[in-house]
Design a binder for this molecule. Structure first.
Ligand code: AMP
Length: 113
């Protein structure tokens, strides 16, 4: 999508601190980290949010989660971690390109909302 910042990060048009990429998935460090490890994992293909995951594209969402698992291990998050995907305004989504937050590196709060 022309004016999607995560599409631009995926294509390299915008800079990012990339920690993983392949032909379908890109992962980069969040610009405003909320935990010692805060990585965003996205599909290269523009999917608006988790609300738009369907049988046509669910393989890409699964590939993102595979990357999350690998990155959690390589970041040494042996004590656990959290995966978050905000959806829409009420869900707190600010970038309209499906992304999974990988958060860890300290004991996270018990409240989710
Ligand atoms: P959400 O609010 O769930 O849509 O998450 C969007 C996330 O993207 C926020 O945590 C932002 O800090 C992060 N973010 C926005 N722009 C960038 C960027 N250029 N590079 C890295 N992370 C970004």
């Amino acid at each position: 999508m022309a004016d999607c910042i995560f599409c631009k990060i995926a294509s390299g048009e915008l800079p990012s601190d990339k920690v993983y990429e392949d032909d379908e998935v890109v992962a980069f460090r969040d610009i405003a980290p909320q935990a010692p490890t805060h990585i965003l994992v996205i599909p290269r293909e523009h999917i608006e949010s988790a609300a738009k995951i369907s049988p046509d594209n669910s393989r890409l969402a699964a590939r993102c989660l595979e990357a999350v698992a690998r990155l959690a291990a390589s970041e040494g998050l042996d004590g656990g971690f959290r995966i978050v995907s905000n959806v829409g305004g009420d869900g707190g989504q600010t970038v309209g390109h499906l992304h999974f937050h990988l958060l860890g590196g300290r004991k996270l709060g018990e409240r989710l909302a």
